[in-house]
Design a protein around this ligand. Structure first.
Ligand code: SF4
Length: 408
């Protein structure tokens, strides 16, 4: 829980001035870019991009979303992690969490001898870290208390937090300065939202429009405080009181939420405060800054275009705990397109069976997922997914369909 008297802004400033803290690379950019391209890029994906995002082979037509895969922030974080290994060849290197939500990238870091801080009984075990070690903070950031702890340990920190995430933290600082409650559109357990909320004094995390409407209704009409607190259990700051802390609200977001929903929630609270306090008082009760990241926006817009095509199925590729990938899948589901969220080619067991994660459910096996005859397949991937993973999945579909075509 954050200490309301702790000056997070001053702490960050002192961190930026510290010789132990790095938030830029170490001058090995050219070397690591070559390495990363070799490991994660794909010539097949290049070919599809150059052919207007389409490719036909045998019975299969592939339509690729026009924006997908690795975003700028992820590329930057992965490159910084690779550079860290080069710059500190002998030191022990740790990472406080997955660098990004992608199993192949995290596996590769482990092979490079980068250790992941273990979670024991729900808490990260930093007892393994000593002052000579190097600790990488992932693209979605780390909480203030984690940064404080590492700073106190005196270890070297390499902070790969995406600047878009830092932008949200700055918004939260502005809310705090004016004594506003931050209403964060996100998942309260997601590492990025945990980090963002650690910068706020008072916050409430809302997952979706339904929860936002509930809060709006409470602001306008009041309600049962116990029910409110039970509904948002674990999603608010210590001592949060809806009767007191919803008079002045600022909007913040987890950068990878569905952007249309973030915008709608922002508008909803603006209208709520307008209704309650009138236009002349609005600025005293409502604050909002645009903090939806470009990459999330572009990927979701491209997906909205892709689902307009006549698709037989959609492959949505990305880590199962990747929020932005899940939102891409939501768009396919809204259009009633059979869609399969998988994180690697190994999930495709055969042309008959695929192991996938349906939206908001556990992983399950779907039988007869690949239709016979000619098919049109839409493909997209989340911001943490290397092109190589996408290539493997497209090749597998070509292969499976080629086999069935021969049988016929
Ligand atoms: S999705 Fe956006 S906020 Fe997240 S790492 Fe990529 S660019 Fe940064």
């Amino acid at each position: 829980m954050s200490d309301p008297n702790f000056n997070t802004k001053a702490f960050k400033r002192s961190l930026h001035e510290s010789a132990n803290y790095h938030r830029k690379g170490f001058g090995h950019q050219a070397e690591v870019t070559e390495e990363i391209n070799l490991e994660y890029q794909s010539s097949l994906i290049q070919e599809i991009r150059q052919s207007n995002y389409q490719l036909q082979r045998g019975d299969v037509t592939i339509h690729l979303a026009e924006a997908f895969g690795f975003c700028w922030g992820v590329e930057r974080a992965v490159a910084m992690a690779y550079e860290t290994r080069k710059h500190f060849p002998k030191e022990r290197i740790w990472i406080t969490n997955e660098i990004i939500h992608n199993p192949s990238v995290n596996q590769r870091l482990q092979e490079m001898n980068v250790g992941f801080i273990e979670v024991i009984e729900g808490k990260k075990d930093f007892s393994v870290v000593n002052s000579k070690d190097v600790v990488i903070l992932p693209a979605f950031g780390a909480s203030v208390s984690e940064m404080q702890l590492l700073n106190d340990l005196g270890c070297t920190m390499v902070d790969t937090t995406c600047p878009w995430v830092s932008k949200v933290w700055n918004s939260v600082e502005r809310h705090k300065k004016k004594d506003f409650t931050s209403i964060i559109h996100g998942k309260y357990k997601h590492e990025e939202t945990v980090a963002t909320s650690s910068f706020a004094n008072t916050y409430l995390v809302v997952l979706n429009l339904e929860e936002a409407n509930y809060v709006s209704n409470y602001i306008l009409n009041g309600g049962n405080k116990e029910d409110f607190l039970a509904k948002f259990k674990k999603a608010y700051s210590e001592g949060f009181d809806p009767d007191v802390n919803l008079e002045r609200v600022g909007i913040a977001n987890q950068t990878t939420m569905l952007k249309t929903e973030t915008e709608t929630i922002g508008k909803l609270f603006e209208n709520t405060m307008l209704q309650k306090y009138g236009p002349t008082e609005l600025n005293e009760h409502f604050m909002s800054f645009n903090t939806i990241c470009d990459a999330t926006q572009e990927r979701q817009d491209a997906m909205l275009e892709l689902v307009k095509k006549d698709l037989d199925l959609m492959m949505v590729i990305g880590g199962f705990n990747s929020s932005n990938t899940t939102h891409l899948q939501e768009i396919a589901i809204e259009k009633d397109i059979p869609s399969y969220h998988i994180d690697s080619v190994d999930r495709i067991i055969s042309g008959k069976r695929v192991k996938h994660k349906p939206l908001n459910k556990e992983i399950e096996v779907k039988e007869n997922w690949l239709p016979d005859g000619e098919i049109v397949v839409g493909i997209t991937s989340g911001a943490s997914t290397p092109d190589k993973v996408v290539e493997d999945i497209i090749e597998k579909i070509f292969q499976l369909k080629a086999k069935t075509a021969v049988k016929v």
